[in-house]
Design a protein around this ligand. Structure first.
Ligand code: PLP
Length: 408
């Protein structure tokens, strides 16, 4: 008799976005005349810039001619993309060789799949609040026990709240694999150089591995902040970094990302000897993944040309101006707000200790603005609320104005 992976039954319902959708649909059905502005889900709205589209089109044409047609490509990505990515890291002060980069169809799958190459007995640490993919995939793999009170047993949760400056403190217990996300979704916080140095030191001392999600690296605007964990000395021996073109370059629908697994990174095998994590990930990818399509990789490579980089930066600047408008607007209405300076997310404290979901309902019913309740990202997100800067400017301005002038 076939049996299911019963770890899946431990998963708490994918509650957050379906529940938001349900409440918004119910409201719209009752108030069809009202214009609802959605600043909830973190999806981009601007189209792909011209240099990227041109590269994609040219590559599509190549696929139509026998002389230039491409079949299976290298699972890790084409050199024409790996080389500029490596140069991009270098320009940011990080040493990453082209053959340490794995191009993929998204950071969601990479951050989800990476845990497969590690033993089921590893102790996993995540921040609270957190991007839910890190947690759910470890539940699926059997690294946790049942959830109770919104938290899974055996996972180590590290609160990141206003009280600790949204900077996760080192765990009191020994952990083996630590997920860090900077700039952070959902809090919009960026980890300082000193904090990352502390984490690299911790990882070395504990033979732990840091899974560093830098999906929002391109949104850092303040100088001197760390964009790649490999800027930190020693990080190549303890960290894997994930980057995505989704938000950076409008690729949420197009799909392209990349993950760095340095050759210096080692973890112990069952016999206690060091094994190459790079070799394992390469084995995993070559077995289960057949590469990103040629036209998409060509489009991605165009991001690293001077024209492409300029166009992509213009889109990032547009979203960050939205973030500034939201942040400043809410501040002027006496909200306590975080993030929105080096990340496209504004993380606000709900007024008068209101719950995240009560604030959601008020915002929807009184001013028809949709955001994301912080409690949906973890119990420490209770009392917070996320607004996304991924919106059309006039809607963002209108949403902020409605909150400032009409929200009771
Ligand atoms: N990591 C974080 C922190 C994210 O917020 C997201 C998307 O929202 C992703 C990864 C996934 O990105 P991708 O579109 O590359 O799968």
């Amino acid at each position: 008799m076939a049996k299911i992976n019963s770890n899946y039954q431990k998963l708490q319902a994918g509650y957050l976005f379906p529940e938001i959708g349900k409440r918004v649909r119910a409201y719209v059905a009752e108030h069809p005349d009202k214009k609802v502005i959605r600043l909830g889900i973190g999806d981009v709205v601007l189209p792909l810039p011209a240099p990227i589209l041109d590269a994609m089109r040219a590559a599509v044409e190549e696929m139509g001619k026998v002389e230039t047609f491409k079949g299976y490509g290298p699972e890790q990505g084409y050199d024409f993309l790996l080389n500029p990515i490596s140069a991009h890291f270098k320009s940011q002060g990080a040493e990453v060789a082209p053959d340490e980069i794995f191009v993929s169809d998204g950071s969601k799958c990479d951050t989800a799949n990476i845990q497969e190459i590690f033993d089921v007995d590893n102790v996993i640490a995540v921040t609270d609040p957190v991007y839910p993919v890190y947690v759910d995939t470890n539940v699926m793999a059997g690294r946790t026990t049942e959830a109770a009170g919104g938290r899974y047993g055996k996972l180590v949760y590290m609160p990141t709240t206003a009280e600790n400056g949204f900077d996760p403190e080192l765990p009191k217990v020994k952990t083996d694999i630590i997920y860090l996300c900077s700039p952070n979704n959902p809090t919009g916080a960026v980890m300082s150089r000193a904090s990352l140095e502390k984490w690299v030191k911790y990882a070395k001392a504990n033979e732990a591995i840091i899974l560093f999600d830098a999906a929002y690296e391109a949104f850092i605007t303040e100088p001197g902040l760390v964009r790649s964990i490999y800027e930190i000395p020693g990080a190549r021996e303890v960290a894997i970094e994930f980057r995505s073109l989704s938000k950076t370059a409008g690729f949420t629908g197009t799909r392209c990302a990349y993950t760095v697994v340095p050759k210096d990174l080692k973890a112990r095998n069952a016999a206690g000897d060091f094994a190459s994590v790079h070799a394992l990930w390469n084995r995993r990818q070559t077995t289960k993944f057949n590469g990103v399509s040629y036209p998409i990789q060509k489009a991605a490579a165009a991001i690293f040309t001077p024209e492409g980089a300029k166009a992509v930066k213009a889109n990032v600047d547009y979203y960050m101006e939205n973030a500034r408008i939201i942040r400043e607007g809410l501040k002027s209405a006496d909200y306590t707000v975080y993030g929105g300076v080096n990340a496209p997310y504004i993380w606000l404290k709900t007024p008068q200790g209101m719950s995240s979901w009560d604030f959601f309902d008020n915002l929807l019913s009184q001013v028809q603005v949709v955001g994301t309740p912080g409690s949906g990202f973890g119990s420490c997100g209770e009392g917070y609320f996320r607004l996304s800067a991924f919106g059309i400017r006039e809607n963002v301005i209108e949403a902020v104005e409605r909150i400032r002038t009409r929200l009771k």
